[in-house]
Design a protein around this ligand. Structure first.
Ligand code: BES
Ligand code: MN
Ligand code: ZN
Length: 504
């Protein structure tokens, strides 16, 4: 069940009922806050009986010992103190949130032997809690707590709220770190929510409205309609859109948090709200998953939300190419030749290779108008990247080694992992066409690479990276920090990249 967390910080806390969450290391096995929550040290007996050793992400529960003011005590293992990283704290927060169950009020003691927790770690812990608490159940009527935040469900019940107090001697610094972590949590959750939403509810127009809402955070938002795009000559994007009764949109989100003269960093997302394949129609089995074919655009709007919410000192641009790929009487055909905004012509071989057509015009438009210092696109672009890398790494393609290295490092730091794939002339040749400047597919072999080669023809030499997130954005495994079909992949990764390299 989804629940909302109301997180606050405190230097100390007089327990008056509710649950207490204590943290412990494998050595010493002495939980934080135990004197307050477990004065009789019931924990020691329980740990012995259950052979609890305080290993990372293990936990043990103790029911209301007689001398305790807490109703229930949960002890969560962290492993070895010397090795603890932000990622460990993030996951520990996820584990803690996963243990809350029926609680309404919870105190969590963060400080370990040796003093107050590093405030940045407290922020990661709280972020882990928020991410774990998110679940997409708003369409499950009658299930208590299924109503969206602040609203009532069919049974007249409001969404459950759990009040959490994080106890640390460094409360005020931790609170500051948490404000930043909240911005990240909200960005990731926004991305997840959009990917999870059914395609009848989220079309290109509705998605564009979500982008417009970022104006509330101080971002500048422009929405281009079909007419605008026609004027610009975006024949590649419009060719994809023409088979749908729902018109396309191009959303442009600008966050100007950097110096006026500083060149922007740009993020471009594939936003195919539903991908039937078009006339080259996909098989029926599993087609419902193609509601997630806007995972790239979702990550971009989530990232821009985060940057704006935490007032990042950077000039950032987010561009969302929003279309639906449908087969109807007006749909484009294999054999059609379209002219992209760049002037280059494209022979359509397979209408299911639509993402690259959308991105071709979005990338060209981006570099032409904004002259960014870097462009990074995110797209659920190919099944081939899943064949190559499975679901544990997204594919990374780049024409710039420095940018690729920075992205790789951000992936390691956030565990939104990337693996670099090759580009090169031999692959590029595979998309030359007999009838036009290029064709939109390059055959079965190296399918993720030829897709990236196609995109590279529209970046005009700008330092660029392409992230193929088909395997990582949706249908994601449950983890300590995610119970959601949509992972929100890319938001934490790119927030890290911006933080480490592009903020002045
Ligand atoms: N949206 C799909 C790629 C995809 C597949 C995303 C599975 C997520 C899960 C993309 O538009 C597509 O259909 N790609 C084709 C390209 C082919 C026709 C060259 C593919 O990968 O089969
Ligand atoms: Mn497709
Ligand atoms: Zn697609």
């Amino acid at each position: 069940m989804a629940f909302d967390l109301e997180i606050s910080f405190s230097k100390s806390l007089k327990l008056e009922g509710g649950d207490a969450v204590l943290l412990t290391l494998s050595d010493p096995l002495a939980p934080s806050g135990s004197a307050e929550a477990d004065p009789e040290n019931t924990f020691a007996r329980a740990a012995r009986a259950a052979e609890f050793k305080g290993k990372a992400r293990s936990s043990i529960e103790i029911l209301a010992p007689a001398g305790s003011a807490a109703d229930r005590i949960i002890v969560i293992g962290l492993g070895k103190q010397a090795d603890l990283t932000g990622q460990d704290w993030l996951k520990a927060g996820g584990v803690a949130a996963g243990k809350l169950g029926k609680a309404e009020r919870v105190a969590i003691y963060l400080d370990l032997p040796g003093g107050a927790i590093d405030p940045a770690f407290a922020g990661e812990f709280a972020l882990g809690m928020r991410l774990r608490a998110y679940e997409f159940d708003r369409f499950k009527t009658g299930k208590a707590g299924s109503a969206p935040e602040g609203e009532e469900d069919a049974a007249g019940k409001k969404r459950k709220k759990i009040r959490v107090t994080l106890v640390t001697a460094a409360a005020s610094a931790a609170k500051k770190a948490f404000a930043e972590a909240e911005a990240v949590a909200d960005g990731v959750i926004l991305a997840r929510e959009l990917v999870n939403l059914p395609p009848n509810v989220l079309g290109p127009v509705e998605f564009a409205e979500k982008a417009e809402a970022l104006a509330q955070l101080g971002a500048e938002v422009e929405i281009l309609t079909e007419k605008d795009m026609r004027k610009l000559g975006m024949g590649a994007l419009l060719g994809v859109a023409q088979g749908s009764v729902r018109p396309p949109r191009l959303a442009i989100i600008r966050w100007n948090g950097g110096k006026a003269k500083e060149k922007p960093v740009a993020f471009i997302g594939k936003g195919v709200v539903f991908d039937t394949g078009g006339i080259s129609i996909k098989p029926g089995a599993g087609m419902e998953d193609m509601k997630g074919d806007m995972g790239g655009a979702a990550a971009v709007i989530g990232l821009l939300h985060t940057l704006a919410a935490r007032k990042a000192k950077v000039n950032a641009i987010g561009i969302l190419g929003l279309v639906e790929n449908m087969p109807d009487g007006a749909a484009q055909r294999p054999g059609d030749i379209v002219t992209s905004m760049s002037g280059q012509t494209i022979e359509i071989i397979n209408t299911d290779a639509e993402g690259r057509l959308v991105l071709a015009d979005a990338l060209w438009y981006c570099q032409d108008r904004f002259k960014p210092q870097i462009m990074i696109d995110l797209a659920t672009l190919t099944g081939a990247i899943m064949v190559a890398l499975g679901t544990d790494h997204a594919g990374l393609f780049s024409n710039d080694d420095g940018l690729a290295e920075r992205l790789f490092a951000a992936g390691q730091a956030t565990e939104e992992k990337l693996w670099r794939m090759p580009l090169g002339k031999a692959y590029d040749k595979l998309i030359d066409s007999r009838f036009a400047d290029m064709k939109n597919t390059g055959g079965r072999n190296g399918g993720a690479i030829t897709a990236a080669q196609f995109l590279q023809r529209f970046v005009n030499g700008t330092p660029w990276a392409h992230l193929d997130v088909a395997g990582t954005a949706m249908d994601s495994p449950k983890t300590e920090i995610s119970q959601s079909w949509a992972s929100g992949f890319g938001v934490r990764l790119l927030d890290r990249l911006v933080r480490d390299h592009y903020e002045g």
